[in-house]
Design a protein around this ligand. Structure first.
Ligand SMILES: [Zn+2]
Length: 68
């Protein structure tokens, strides 16, 4: 018997055997927590986040734009 590492609910066999696609390991999360974490991951992977991550200093970025 295994419990969800996030909310401690007892997981069914399907949930226990589910592999986390991001890590390739057992997710150890119940369906509720897994869908919540998938949504969080999706948010981080959104294009806007990627763009913001690339821009360390927004002012420097704008200055570079003007120079070109
Ligand atoms: Zn859970």
């Amino acid at each position: 018997m295994s419990r969800c590492k996030a909310c401690d609910v007892i997981m069914n066999e399907f949930e226990m055997r589910r592999i986390d696609r991001a890590t390739g390991e057992y997710s150890e999360l119940c369906s509720d927590c897994l869908s919540a974490s998938n949504e969080a991951t999706r948010d981080i992977d959104s294009p806007m986040h990627t763009i913001l991550d690339d821009i360390v200093n927004p002012f420097e970025f704008l200055a570079d734009m003007e120079e070109q």
